[in-house]
Design a protein around this ligand. Structure first.
Ligand code: AHR
Length: 495
């Protein structure tokens, strides 16, 4: 068995981990919103005024902090006025080739967010919309005075403003959001942002940044650079959005090599963050503009438009989620938000529904196990562990990939230590200690299975589920075996 060593410094706090790093994303795509969230008021599936109650309860339990909506590509062809009031047209969903009944609109989304307890994040239509349409959406949502739009909101059941804080100015505007060049998008951005910020200076705006997802996109830090250069108004930007999807072999039938290479791709995400951070520091030296990774997750080849981007849900996907969340925690000084794509039924979702039935994916359990990092203070850490060689996407050569992905945060007298063993065959015995403090007690859970291809289905909904671990502190330290291809979350009580 290989050995490793981890030291944590409880007295050397780094940044606060913003709870929004544990956010999600729901688009009008396939069965995410319709069926996954909204059953309609006539449904035989248990619902609360049209909102699916099992899904509501699952997301509430997770303490989802923020939910991005209505897209995705859908956002830049969405006209919000079609989704309020009584007479709602049925429109064509351009990108995802389905009918859009507009039954789930702004007021239904706000009700859903309130029931879950999360903050809404709305993405405005830049590609086919106007600054006026976006500004009026803001007025409808946030205006506390008397206007035709705020009266309409009251007529639709919400006398008090929704106080939506997060507003995205378009989505992937280098692609489905209008195929802009960066400099042209920057000009549009200034127009939209000027009117939005003037109307409500308390809101936070998210600009569209690069997608570094594969070799083709490797040069796209140019988008971030050119956008920031042409948008010299730090007062108009609060977050720059990045997207990254992970693609390594089939959902269940991936090769061992693809398993190993997947975790190398987290190094590519780290490089996206480094490059974006450098651009933001250069162009906005006096403002802390956050990085919002507002779409991320596994995208398997089986998830295609024809099946509403549905795919399988293995332990491997969940471990990737754990490794990404560890990476984002370690970047808490710059990453301000992240949104896994896409909540229910679509891509790397938290739960899958079928009629009145629902199962939780292994990824759901990761978010639940790592939940105590939300709002915690990231700790300084040192990790000495074996590494293997693999070729991250977009890199020119192989890199050393650490066997363990680690992050640790503190809230009061408790530390949450989350560890992914990213190897296929190596159980790792790890000596853990705190610098200038002692571990008084340990509790924790592990997500593991006989193989990384194990997955949850309606037939076997609990194939991958967390189990309690046995661990005991000895003389203020801890030696624990982290099994191959597993995620462990340990709560350490500080003496
Ligand atoms: O999440 C699916 C799609 O992926 C989104 O609509 C788009 O923003 C991205 O390309």
């Amino acid at each position: 068995m290989s050995q490793a060593r981890i030291t944590l410094w409880p007295a050397l706090p780094k940044a606060r981990i913003h709870p929004n790093l544990y956010g999600h994303f729901a688009e009008h795509l396939g069965r995410c919103v319709y069926e996954g969230i909204w059953t309609g008021r006539e449904s035989r599936v248990a619902h609360q005024d049209g909102l699916r109650v099992d899904v509501l309860a699952a997301l509430k339990h997770l303490r989802v902090p923020v939910l991005r909506w209505p897209g995705g590509c859908f956002a830049d062809d969405y006209h919000w006025k079609q989704g309020i009031g009584k007479a709602r047209p049925v429109t064509a969903n351009l990108w995802w080739q389905q009918a859009e009944p507009n039954e789930f609109g702004t007021d239904e989304f706000m009700r859903f967010c309130r029931a879950v307890g999360c903050a809404p994040y709305l993405v405005c239509n830049v590609g086919s919309g106007t600054p006026r349409e976006a500004r009026e959406w803001l007025e409808y949502c946030n205006f506390g005075g008397d206007s035709t739009l705020s009266r309409a909101r009251a007529d639709h059941g919400a006398r008090e403003p929704y106080e939506v804080k997060y507003w995205g100015v378009g989505n992937e505007n280098w692609g489905c959001g209008g195929r802009f060049r960066a400099a042209d998008y920057a000009k549009e951005y200034v127009r939209f942002a000027s009117y939005l910020k003037a109307f409500d200076p308390a809101i936070e705006l998210i600009a569209c940044g690069a997608h570094f997802g594969d070799y083709r996109d490797a040069g796209q830090n140019a988008w971030n650079h050119d956008f920031c250069q042409e948008m010299p108004h730090p007062d108009l930007i609060d977050h720059l959005a990045l997207h990254r999807y992970f693609k390594r072999g089939k959902g269940v039938h991936f090769t061992d090599g693809e398993f190993q290479a997947l975790f190398a791709d987290v190094l590519a995400l780290e490089r996206d963050l480094e490059r974006t951070d450098a651009v933001l520091r250069y162009f906005y030296p006096d403002k802390q503009v956050g990085i919002a990774l507002d779409e991320w997750g596994m995208w398997h080849p089986e998830a295609i438009v024809e099946n509403g981007l549905e795919q399988s849900h293995t332990l491997r996907d969940a471990l990737l989620a754990g490794a990404v969340l560890n990476c984002l925690n370690r970047w808490a000084h710059r990453v301000s938000m992240a949104n896994l794509a896409q909540t229910i039924n679509v891509l790397q979702c938290l739960a899958v529904t079928n009629g009145g039935k629902m199962f939780l994916t292994p990824t759901y359990h990761v978010f639940e196990m790592m939940r105590p990092h939300m709002g915690g203070t990231l700790l300084t850490q040192s990790v000495e562990c074996p590494a293997y060689e693999a070729h991250p996407v977009g890199f020119a050569s192989k890199q050393a990939v650490p066997a363990l992905s680690v992050s640790a945060s503190r809230q009061g007298g408790k530390i949450l230590l989350s560890i992914v063993n990213q190897t296929l065959n190596d159980d790792l015995e790890v000596a853990i200690r705190l610098s200038e403090a002692k571990i008084a007690a340990v509790a924790g859970r592990v997500l593991e299975a006989s193989g990384p291809r194990e997955h949850n289905t309606f037939k076997n909904p609990k194939a991958v589920e967390p189990k309690r671990v046995k661990a005991e502190a000895v003389k203020g330290g801890l030696v624990h075996v982290f099994p191959r291809h597993s995620l462990t979350a340990l709560t350490l009580t500080i003496e």
